[in-house]
Write a protein that binds this ligand. Structure first.
Ligand code: CO
Length: 134
């Protein structure tokens, strides 16, 4: 079921500052800064040879990462994203095994325009897991 590691997401208080470290010091390829009001975040993607880093800054008062940053004011790892070939099949199999899918269980369009779902951190060793249809 599980495919590639699509990205590791890091919540940060200042996405431009965080992106500059990856670009200017580490020499990584860094995307433009994109406000995603539908998701309540501003994102930058850092492309590495084998995966991506998604830098997330809260956008708006109802941002889903606002509470996380209150608890982790310097930022921190927010989630990992695994690719699956068929997200609905993956969801049904996970549920059958008793794992919890967050929200109403219907895939939403993620930051890359592909269907995504989030899985409960308590079922994954304390780590929020995003599934993306690859
Ligand atoms: Co993500």
């Amino acid at each position: 079921m599980i495919g590639r590691l699509n990205h590791v997401a890091i919540a940060v208080p200042d996405v431009r500052k965080a992106a500059a470290v990856y670009r200017d010091i580490l020499g990584a390829e860094v995307s433009a800064t994109v406000a995603q009001p539908d998701h309540g975040v501003t994102t930058v993607f850092v492309t590495l040879a084998n995966t991506k880093i998604e830098l997330l800054e809260p956008l708006g008062p109802a941002s889903p990462i606002a509470k996380f940053l209150e608890r982790n004011p310097d930022g921190g790892m927010h989630h990992v994203c695994y690719e699956v070939p068929d997200i609905r099949l993956a969801r049904d199999a996970l549920r059958k095994s008793g794992l919890r899918v967050l929200g109403d269980g219907e895939p939403k369009t993620g930051a890359h325009g592909r269907p995504v779902l989030f899985l409960h951190p308590k079922d994954f060793a304390g780590t929020l897991v995003e599934l993306e249809q690859g």
